[in-house]
Design a protein around this ligand. Structure first.
Ligand code: ADP
Length: 626
């Protein structure tokens, strides 16, 4: 028996071998050998040309294995792919295999682990050719003997490394079962030439495949970007993200989990956030996966976490720290691999994009994760934009309503002005009536002017064109002035003023308008029998003014909207007062401009109390001149 050392020395690095001239002469002299060599050369050319036509790696390998097996009269020929990432060969089930006849046992029928073929792999990994004419003559580990001799009845074998530009693609292995095979140097060189060609073909088809993959991904991104620009429909866009990504990654359950940034809670999966690859895959539609299965806890603990698990068992191990519910989900949906990327935009955590693999485990690559990240980034921008779009749409709706309201408000006094002025132009109208008509025209004119002023104020505040002009004001006398001017119009109400004399620093025009709006509202919505109380004080450098009335009050359902721009409490009482619904909106905006706040308490039929607080209302003592 040849010792193991000799077995190893039997390994012939092809390039290093000098040709045995005598042996070659023998071959040349032998007609049979010549024709065999010619046949092999021809077959080699053929295989190169046919295999080069296919860009499918699997197909290329299958074709190489088949041709090689025939060409070298092997009983069993197979290719074991090398897993570059893990520096080992892929499991046997992935091998392409050629069998010379039906009675040759396929090795895919039995489980084989790498340790059994360690002797080949060690050699081929080092890019060395290995040939064994008679398996009985070499010493092998028992496991290998069991496999080769007992299970596979191998008599001779040849193992060739398949590599190109130093990249190891795998090993091409020939088994001889029926007879022993005596390998000549030419046989081996020819086989290695074949393996080298195979390496080029595999290299090319892998390159082609990765180029195709790249093109596919670029196409996806182009499609995503173009669909985003063609629609602003939130549902359509979400659906596109999950379905397109699913088709590129060949994944099975793709979900865009949406999170409400206000409540910080995730929403149940709706039909637009979900793409499932087939009817056979269990769908999580309608289920609040994140909240119900304990993911929320996990996400909270691992804020904005990116996950990618080729083997879901690893995820389960990590999860065990946080409870077992996610495992329940993973098991019941049969998830084998997963990628989860958070969706974040403008510092807002908007959700999670999760890609699940159910049909088969997926070897997740860096490129896969990058792809999901790019899509998640786009999703972030889009979710954010479509929210802005919805807000803009709402704002424009409110403005249209406002214009409709305003047109109505403007038309009423204008009709009065036109109607009464036409009546006046008729000579028959008595003088007493003329005075009444003139009064109506004057009132409507004033009303129109008020409306226009309100609109101008709103637009000034909104465009940011309002310049602040601070000065020292005596709050008490300002309130008295305003009450007097309002009393000129409605003298009937009992107005009590309780203002502590104080010099305050404020923009007089703005403060006047705030007070005027609140006090005139109080008079407008309080019957003549009612009363109004105005209180003003300075406390901790804040000016606090309240206007309290015993008027009609405001329904508590309406309280939230009275400060909204362009909105009115749509009651007949309010309508009869001919307001435009702008006064309080302007008041609130002005108060906020002065960094203050406005508040209200009201009960229907009992009255209302409005109060506002303005900060920095007095000059600090240290700054005052003595
Ligand atoms: P308008 O310019 O129409 O008066 P405001 O913005 O000033 O509009 O007020 C909005 C609505 O709030 C009014 O239409 C009215 O229904 C209600 N409101 C405001 N102040 C009072 C008040 N003191 N008492 C009762 N209702 C009030």
């Amino acid at each position: 028996m040849v010792k193991n050392e000799e077995f190893i020395s039997n390994v012939v690095p092809v390039k290093a071998t000098t040709k045995d001239k005598k042996n070659k002469l023998d071959v040349l002299n032998n007609q049979k050998q010549i024709s065999l060599a010619a046949e092999r050369e021809k077959a080699l050319r053929e295989i190169v040309s046919t295999s080069a036509n296919t860009f499918d790696v699997k197909e290329a390998i299958n074709s190489i294995v088949e041709q090689a097996g025939k060409l070298f009269d092997a009983d069993r020929c197979f290719f074991i792919q090398f897993d570059l990432d893990n520096d080992r060969y892929f499991p046997l089930k992935d091998y392409a295999e050629y069998l010379s006849s039906k009675d040759i046992r396929s090795q895919t029928s039995r489980p084989v682990d790498e340790s059994e073929i360690i002797s080949f792999t060690r050699q081929t990994k080092q890019k060395k050719t290995l040939f064994v004419d008679d398996i009985r003559k070499i010493e092998l580990p028992q496991k290998t003997i069991d496999m080769l001799v007992k299970d596979l009845s191998v008599k001779s074998f040849l193992a060739l490394p398949v590599f190109f530009e130093n990249i190891m693609y795998g090993a091409l292995i020939f088994h001889y079962v029926k007879d022993f095979m005596k390998f000549s140097q030419d046989d081996i060189e020819m086989a290695q030439a074949f393996a080298n060609q195979a390496a080029i073909i595999i290299h090319q088809s892998k390159l082609y495949q990765s180029m195709q993959e790249q093109t596919r991904r670029e196409k996806l991104l182009r499609e995503i970007v173009s669909s985003i620009s063609s629609t602003l429909d939130f549902d359509e866009i979400r659906q596109m993200f999950v379905s397109k990504l699913g088709s590129v990654l060949d994944s099975d359950i793709n979900v865009l989990y949406l999170r409400d940034p206000k409540t910080e809670k995730f929403l149940p999966v709706d039909e637009h956030s979900l793409h499932v690859s087939s009817d056979k895959i269990k769908s999580p539609l309608g289920i609040n996966v994140v909240e119900e299965y304990g993911w929320a806890e996990y996400i909270k603990k691992n804020k904005r976490l990116e996950i990618a698990y080729s083997d879901i068992e690893e995820l389960k191990k990590d999860y065990n720290l946080c409870g077992t519910k996610p495992e329940e989900f993973l098991d019941s949906y049969g998830i084998k691999s997963m990628i989860g990327i958070p969706i974040v935009y403008a510092h807002t955590f908007l959700g999670f994009l999760v890609i699940n693999f159910v049909k088969a485990q997926k070897q997740i690559t860096e490129e896969d994760i990058d792809l999901v990240k790019i899509v998640a980034k786009q999703a972030g921008i889009t979710l954010y934009q479509s929210k802005l779009y919805i807000q803009a749409q709402e704002a424009s709706k409110v403005k249209s309503e406002f214009i409709a309201n305003m047109s109505h408000e403007i038309r009423t006094p204008l009709n009065i002005i036109i109607g009464f002025s036409e009546l006046m132009s008729s000579s028959k109208v008595e003088t007493s009536k003329q005075i009444k008509y003139l009064h109506n025209i004057n009132n409507s004119g004033k009303h129109l002017l008020n409306l226009m002023n309100d609109i101008i104020d709103i637009s000034k505040i909104e465009s940011g064109n309002l310049k602040l002009n601070y000065e020292t004001i005596d709050a008490e006398s300002l309130i008295n002035e305003i009450v007097t001017s309002i009393n000129l119009i409605s003298k009937t109400k009992d107005i009590e003023i309780e203002a502590a004399p104080a010099n305050i620093i404020a923009d007089k025009k703005i403060l006047t308008q705030i007070l005027y709006n609140l006090i005139s509202n109080a008079t407008k919505f309080t019957p003549d029998s009612g009363s109004i109380k105005i209180k003003s004080k300075v406390e901790n450098n804040n000016l606090i003014v309240s206007v309290e009335d015993t008027g009609i009050g405001i329904d508590k359902d309406d309280l939230s909207m009275i400060f909204e721009k362009f909105k009115q409490v749509d009651s007949s009482v309010e309508r009869s007062k001919q307001g435009a619904g702008l006064g309080l909106a302007i008041t609130k905006q002005l108060i906020e401009l002065l960094k203050g706040s406005i508040h209200v308490e009201s009960a229907k039929g009992k009255g209302s109390k409005f109060w506002f607080i303005l900060p920095n209302a007095t000059v600090k003592k240290s700054m005052m001149k003595s």
